[in-house]
Design a protein around this ligand. Structure first.
Ligand code: TYM
Length: 326
């Protein structure tokens, strides 16, 4: 049987946070050899927010180095703008996309509100480019966090519309979502950890140990275990991070203390900070090694882009034929 194709992407909008890792990149790494996998730094998507041309290239490379240092096979990663077919396919999809579907997108509404001075057409069209990223390779498996699921629903609407109009071409995509699909902010645990909220809300992979300990120590908790045994959002969030990254024994011990109402939240926070720091130590070491030779990383990404572009161009040619272009 032919191996299913996996595609996923991340925007080079700055630093990668623990939500990006636990919600998506961890799955990229876990699944990279299970599927025919392609991973992309989506530099065209990130242009929907104003980027500084002086530093943007470096920013793209930094994110790529982060992902490789986390354990992704460098051969599987490429830069979106190196494969022009993504943007071309997005145009064909634009002509099939109802405005109404796009106006419903919660991420668009959210981002438009946060960047009221730069609500550009690209921001509106963003999910169509995302559909093109995926369908250009006939990918069906897409590991993402919860906030991208609505975009994948739109992708499936486009699958149906294209197939109905031009004949069966694309298969439906399946979001690959885990229980870590929505990591919350430590200092406002009802909100998702997100760069757009501000640095204090995110545990960045490249934060120093000191900053991580400081951010975790400032996490919101409550006045102590409640009589009804219901955990507050903040405490739940700390236990969840411990479950995802920590030592099982420590987690069980602290949970017992919570139920006995003998827990000290300072100990819970220390345990969470330890687990994050222990997880990050090998990453920091690998990242330092990679940073010594960014040119080699760029060369790999560029070579990958050339290889991927051949597949993309071939697929695009077939799609154009279906549309009737000559
Ligand atoms: P981006 O760059 O915003 O985020 C990258 C991935 O991280 C996930 N994520 C989270 N997961 C759990 N908890 C959080 N707090 C959290 N914050 C972010 C995101 O869901 C995402 O999976 N549109 C995409 C990039 C993209 C893409 C694609 C993804 C472009 N084309 C094609 C898949 C397939 C985005 O902006 O992700």
């Amino acid at each position: 049987m032919k191996q299913e194709i996996l595609f996923s992407g991340i925007q080079p909008t700055g630093k990668i946070h623990l939500g990006n890792y636990l919600g998506a990149i961890k799955q990229w790494i876990d699944l990279q050899d299970k599927y025919n996998s392609l991973y992309c730094v989506v530099d065209l998507h990130a242009l929907t927010i104003s980027q500084d041309p002086q530093t943007y290239g470096q920013q793209i490379l930094e994110v790529a180095m982060d992902i490789i240092a986390l354990g992704l096979n460098p051969k599987k990663l490429f830069i979106q703008s190196h494969v022009p077919a993504h943007a071309e396919l997005a145009w064909y999809f634009n002509t099939l996309t109802p405005m109404g579907e796009m106006a419903r997108m919660t991420q668009y509404k959210d981002k438009a509100q946060k960047n009221a001075n730069n609500v550009n057409v690209g921001l509106f069209d963003y999910p169509v480019l995302m559909a093109a990223d995926i369908l250009l390779y006939h990918a069906t498996v897409v590991p993402v966090g919860q906030d991208q699921v609505q975009h994948l629903e739109l992708t499936n609407i486009l699958v149906k519309k294209f197939n109905n109009k031009y004949g069966t071409t694309f298969a439906e995509v399946k979001p690959y979502v885990t229980k870590a699909a929505k990591i919350m902010a430590l200092n406002e645990p009802t909100k998702k950890m997100s760069k757009s909220l501000g640095d204090a809300y995110c545990l960045y992979l490249n934060d120093t140990e000191e900053i991580i300990r400081q951010k975790v120590s400032r996490a919101v908790t409550d006045s102590g275990p409640q009589m009804d045994g219901q955990m507050s959002e903040g405490v739940k969030n700390l236990f969840f991070l411990l479950e995802l990254l920590g030592d099982k024994k420590v987690q069980t011990k602290l949970l017992t203390q919570y139920n006995d109402k003998t827990i000290k939240y300072s100990e819970l926070k220390n345990a969470v900070a330890d687990s994050v720091v222990n997880f990050l130590k090998p990453f920091w070491a690998a990242r330092t090694r990679l940073s010594k030779n960014p040119k080699a990383v760029l060369k790999t990404l560029t070579d990958n882009g050339k290889r991927v572009a051949k597949i993309a161009d071939k697929n695009l040619a077939e799609i154009k034929k279906k549309i009737g272009l000559i």
